[in-house]
Design a protein. Structure first.
Length: 238
């Protein structure tokens, strides 16, 4: 079975956590998109939900499938966020930001009573870092920020190439909030918490893609079926 099908299975299981009347944070990326499609079908069938999108792409998608939307200014406290991840470990620590929406994703997730991650089994890792860590930075002082990120990451035990994310045309990628993204190929992040704290010391860093202590559960689909992992509990088969 393909990874695409596994993503769909994880998204379908996440619908079990959505109750009538909920305010739901809507993630960004290919797996979150499958959840949005399914939630849209339920909304059109009578389920009363209101969504808060984590990107302009997600906003457009949710509007197309008929999910009523609001903003965090209008609804600052959400019941649930469902989003994907680029990597997750057994402690539900995540790397996110491959789709370029990490800042809004983190804001929405932390405004929610609960965050559920949906992913195919390839995203589950023993140690974070194989996927380059995205870091959202101000455009002003880019080179200085890159040098400081490199230095403080090294102090936290992480070294590797740090690149400015660009499109196929070579033009720098700009986030929905108007910032640049650095992709940090550290390979292995031995102490995610130490790296997170180090990156917070860099004035030009807006946010980084380490989601630590934010996810409450993960639904992971793969060849062995669908598994639910909850914080401070053992995984259980679906």
């Amino acid at each position: 079975m393909s990874a695409d099908r596994w993503k769909a299975q994880a998204a379908e299981r996440a619908l079990d956590f959505v109750k009538d009347g909920m305010k739901v944070g809507l993630g960004t990326g290919s797996t979150a998109a499958k959840f949005i499609d399914l939630l849209g079908a339920r909304a059109n069938g009578g389920l009363r939900v209101v969504g808060v999108p984590t990107s302009e792409a997600t906003r457009a998608h949710a509007e197309r499938v008929g999910i009523p939307l609001t903003t965090l200014d209008e609804a600052p406290f959400l019941d649930l966020t469902v989003d994907g991840a680029d990597e997750l470990d057994d402690e539900l620590r995540l790397i996110k930001g491959g789709g370029g929406a990490l800042l809004r994703e983190k804001i929405v997730a932390t405004a929610s009573d609960r965050m559920i991650v949906i992913a195919d089994a390839s995203k589950r890792v023993a140690r974070l870092g194989r996927f380059p860590l995205p870091v959202e930075v101000l455009r002003f002082g880019l080179k200085a920020t890159m040098h400081m990120v490199e230095a403080l990451a090294a102090e936290a035990g992480c070294e590797g190439e740090i690149r400015l994310r660009t499109g196929a045309d070579g033009v720098p990628f700009i986030t929905d909030s108007g910032h640049y993204l650095l992709d940090c190929a550290f390979g292995s992040i031995m102490e995610p918490e130490a790296l997170d704290e180090a990156l917070k010391l860099v004035p030009g860093v807006v946010e980084n893609g380490l989601f630590l202590g934010i996810a409450d559960a993960a639904i992971i689909a793969g060849a062995d079926g669908v598994v639910l992992i909850e914080r401070q509990s053992d995984g259980e088969d679906a």
